[in-house]
Design a protein around this ligand. Sequence first.
Ligand code: 5GP
Length: 212
Amino acid sequence: MNNTMKLNTIHEDSLIVVISAPSGVGKTTIRKNIGLKDKNFAYSVSYTTRRPRAGEIEGLDYHFITQNSFRAKIQEEFFFEWAEVHQNFYGTPKELILSSLKEKRDILLDIDVQGARKLQSILKEAIFIFLLPPSWTILEQRLRNRETETEQQVQQRLITAKNEIQRCWEYDYVVINSQIEETVEKIYTIISAEHNRPFRMKGLIRENLKIS
Ligand code: 5GP
């Protein structure tokens, strides 16, 4: 893929953080909290063909588009990756990833396990975090409490969650989301530790200390 080359050459100082979690784990709240805490973070707003849920804002939560528009964008190679999840399409646009990396901003991607697997082979230095619910009972409660899915959809999401959680071993980090602030803190600790990996410090060290 063309992007691979470009990304490998420019993302030394930026961090790409990919977060996956089954529906209902609380990823959206966590993502918004990370954005509040660190203004240097760019969040890649995905495109989706699913309908907006109550309270979701166009351009902030997702770009909501029709299936036809989505298919056209696939043809135009507009997406960095895309996947079908729960009978809807979701895709990450290329544009923001490339511009954020040039501006040396960190990027947060909220992507399902299929998308994450694709990116693992393209973005070798990105970090992959899987969020888990504390228990099945709590996940089920959270899905029901948000009152956005029918009973059949809740059951479908629980089945998908089982399959997705079995893939958590493929990630770099696993965080159990019991309590939002604590989870955000843990993710933040991971991000700041990752920033201190020698290969991500290269530019700074070379510039400040003039060594190679
Ligand atoms: P939801 O409909 O609950 O917002 O999201 C359903 C699933 O789609 C979640 O697992 C979420 O991570 C995933 N998702 C959201 N945006 C993207 C994307 O751009 N690409 C992929 N592959 N998955 C996405």
